[in-house]
Design a protein around this ligand. Structure first.
Ligand SMILES: [Zn+2]
Length: 286
């Protein structure tokens, strides 16, 4: 129980950062820009973990511009506990500022991961999950996108080269003194990530890689590795219900399901703890 309350505190802190601070974002990015200027001669270096975090936070702020958060502390703590459990067993257990999970107050089923580890799942998708293992599967898939840096990799190379080139010039020092201008350097990068994770979705190969990582992570964390295919099967049955939300960004396909079943056969014996977890899942009211 102590862990749950700690999760709640961390989540609250993270989200207050996201909510409270368009101005702080500018200042933070400006600080990074100044530090980066000296190094920016190498105009092709990858995006650092701290830059990934600040870009991800700006993307999360944009998501929260049009979505409300569920405020129920019990649900938030529970989703964070499950999310942290899978994140710890993922290929990328640590990010610059850690993982934070939040529930968006909409019935449209969806989930997406902002670069750096802020992960959103909607109330509609939590409701579609039949048990804790399926919720863990959703979160493990999203953690897989963070681990694979799919969000940050959607920033076009030309765009990032342009950012680095500008940071490497003398004008960057002037930008650094004016937050509103420095953010414009990163605005295009934030647009690229937002459009990919919220509007267009990733490529099929990125989805399949995140699925494969989710299965491996579920297995390591003691969850049912078949939970993702069970959820996907349910999604395929409901796909005719609409093409928004997760049906648009994560279309369940028979190929995707077949690949999943090949790596997580349904014959695996479920853990005896599954019933305990399902009871816990059902005790969290939504
Ligand atoms: Zn995905």
């Amino acid at each position: 129980m102590r862990r749950r309350s700690l999760c709640g505190i961390f989540l609250a802190a993270a989200l207050s950062l996201v909510w409270g601070c368009a101005g702080m974002d500018y200042a933070s990015i400006a600080t990074i820009a100044v530090k980066t200027t000296a190094k920016a001669a190498e105009a092709s270096r990858p995006i650092s973990d701290s830059e990934e975090y600040y870009i991800g936070r700006a993307v999360a702020a944009r998501v929260l511009g049009t979505n409300r958060l569920v405020q129920d502390p019990q649900l938030i703590a529970y989703v964070n506990e499950v999310g942290e459990t899978v994140a710890r067993k993922s290929p990328r257990p640590n990010t610059y500022k850690g993982y934070h999970f939040a529930v968006l107050d909409t019935d449209v089923p969806n989930a997406f991961a902002c670069p750096g580890g802020i992960i959103f799942v909607t109330k509609g998708l939590v409701l579609m999950c039949g048990n804790e293992d399926e919720l863990a599967a959703v979160l493990a898939h999203e953690v897989g996108h963070v681990a694979n840096k799919d969000g940050i990799n959607s920033i076009s190379k030309a765009r990032w080269t342009q950012v680095l080139t500008t940071l490497g010039t003398e004008t960057a020092k002037q930008y650094a003194g004016a937050g509103g201008q420095i953010i414009s350097l990163f605005e295009g990068s934030i647009d690229d990530v937002f459009k990919t994770i919220v509007v267009n979705g990733y490529s099929r190969s990125a989805e399949e890689a995140a699925d494969a990582e989710a299965v491996a992570t579920l297995r390591k964390a003691g969850y049912d590795p078949g939970a993702l295919s069970a959820l996907l099967t349910k999604m395929m049955a409901k796909q005719g219900a609409g093409s928004s939300g997760i049906f648009k960004t994560h279309p369940p396909t028979s190929e995707r399901l077949a690949k999943l079943k090949s790596i997580a056969p349904a014959t695996e014996t479920p853990s005896k703890l599954e019933a305990v977890r399902t009871k816990r899942f059902k005790s969290v009211k939504i």
